[in-house]
Design a protein. Structure first.
Length: 132
């Protein structure tokens, strides 16, 4: 792939973080933050991080139930600190970008893993969250 990916954190909150997807009753947000670093020998657009892969971005609870990332392909790649879409940008070699994916999960769910990756042509990873 073009990017080295780092999972930075996953936080659970009921605070408003995504205006276009207000919380449904009994739910909370799971906010996953990642950093991607261009490890390719030329400039690469961040579009290659998320294009066509939303179905692969999921969290799974301890009962095996999965939850897809909130937002369609045009809105799932979120700014790291604002309620805003992270616009595509060109990254130079070794340049990094931080971004978020936001999920809605039941307040009672204990999250076991997160699955993410580079686009549908890249690698997909699954990380154990330790029953968060």
């Amino acid at each position: 792939g073009y990017f080295g990916l780092r999972f930075d954190s996953l936080k659970l909150t009921e605070a408003p973080v995504y205006e276009k997807a207000p919380l449904e009753s009994g739910m909370r947000y799971a906010v996953a933050t990642f950093t991607a670093k261009n490890i390719f020998s030329k400039k690469v657009n961040t579009f290659d991080l998320y294009a066509g892969q939303n179905e692969a971005i999921i969290v799974t609870d301890t009962d095996g139930k999965t939850y897809k990332v909130t937002g369609d392909a045009n809105y799932a790649f979120r700014h790291p600190t604002q309620d805003a879409l992270l616009e595509g940008q060109e990254l130079d070699l070794n340049q990094e970008v931080t971004y978020r994916y936001i999920f809605q999960v039941p307040k009672t769910a204990r999250l076991a893993s997160i699955t993410f990756g580079q686009n549908r042509y890249g690698h997909i990873y699954k990380l154990n969250l330790g029953k968060l």
